[in-house]
Write a protein that binds this ligand. Structure first.
Ligand code: NAP
Length: 307
């Protein structure tokens, strides 16, 4: 297959592009930076570089300014929104321009789509509660769904907190653990809907392959846990001496607006549609996921006697 991939240089995209290349696919990678082409991997900086006669078998759209990288100033919020909506509009324009419209679009979104629901279990049909991330995901998904009017199959990837060893949320979450402090945020009772990056890649390949599937898919493990349970599981991989909450007001002071939506509210999301379609998670439980992630690392694996 020939696949157009955006966000291929990112945390999820890098792992996905490796898997796609290993499966024998050819990739066209859109990036803001200039890269030298590799075998079966062509880099472009603008969609205008794709000729009208090009046949694409799929588009996977992962690009977007990180929600967690900076404080949510008004300017950065605009960048978060524009980096996703503008690119999706450009992808739609490309699909209209191509002589052969690609059959499928996998479009990233996030479990932030649902907004804050406390302890409620959230499936793909759950209602939404307003917020910045909620509006962003909702607008992004609505735009991506316009590809259906071109006859394309559209899968919306409602990603949870993706975990692996070389970046993403875990590198931030494990910082205090590496200096001996097992910490959780605020009350620690908020839900963390996590997923191993290997299962994310497998889920994307599954959705690419299954022509009968379309619409929203929660890409989260089947077993969300609380922030405090996560801290206990992570503490098994570090020698920690103190267990402590980072108080909510401190988090609000440190990271501003994003604290409440991204860190303190949490969401209890389950992958109902993926599992109904027959997808099986390699890492359904946090213990097995962290064991795999820390397996080849030199991190101390001493269980915290207090935890
Ligand atoms: N990782 C998670 O836990 C998680 C959770 C929920 C949702 N998601 C969503 O899934 C997608 C992929 O996540 P990820 O963790 O792999 O993201 P990432 O590591 O931050 O990479 C995203 C990619 O988007 C491109 N990008 C960054 N800033 C941009 C901007 N201002 N304008 C245009 N492109 C920009 C970059 O590609 P170039 O530098 O090559 O242009 C970057 O490699 C994102 O849309 C993210 O919101 C991720």
């Amino acid at each position: 297959m020939q696949i157009l991939l955006t966000g291929a240089t990112g945390f999820i995209g890098a792992a996905l592009s490796q898997a796609l290349l290993a499966d024998g696919n050819n990739l066209i990678i859109l990036s803001r930076r200039a890269y030298t082409d590799r075998p079966r991997c062509r880099y472009i900086q603008s969609l205008d570089e794709i000729a009208g006669r090009t046949r694409l078998d799929a588009i996977i759209n992962l690009a977007g300014a990180s929600l967690a990288a900076k404080r949510w100033s008004a300017a950065y919020k605009r960048e978060i929104v524009a980096s996703r909506l503008d690119l999706t509009r450009h992808l739609l324009a490309l699909c209209r321009r191509l002589e052969h419209c690609p059959p499928v679009l996998l479009s990233a979104s996030a479990i932030g789509y649902y907004g804050h629901h406390g302890d409620d279990v959230l499936t793909e049909t759950s209602p939404v509660e307003p917020g910045f991330a909620q509006t962003l995901c909702s607008d992004w998904e609505s735009l991506a769904l316009q590809a259906e009017s071109l006859g394309m199959r559209v899968c919306l990837l409602r990603l949870g907190v993706v975990l692996d060893s070389d970046g993403g949320a875990l590198s931030q979450m494990s910082k205090s653990f590496s200096v001996g402090v097992a910490s959780w945020l605020g009350s620690g009772l908020q839900w963390l809907s996590w997923v191993h990056r290997k299962d994310v890649v497998r889920a994307l390949l599954f959705l690419l392959d299954r022509e009968d599937l379309h619409g929203p898919f929660n890409i989260t493990s089947p077993a969300p846990i609380t922030s405090r349970e996560f801290a206990a599981a992570l503490a098994c991989h570090y020698r920690t001496f103190i267990r402590a909450a980072v108080p909510a007001p401190v988090i609000r002071l440190l990271v501003g607006d994003m604290a409440q939506e991204l860190l303190l509210n949490g969401q209890r999301v389950v992958p109902q549609r993926l599992q109904a379609a027959g997808f099986e998670f390699f890492y359904p439980a946090i213990e097995s996921a962290l064991d795999e992630i820390y397996a080849d690392q030199t991190t101390l694996r001493t269980r915290n006697s207090s935890g």
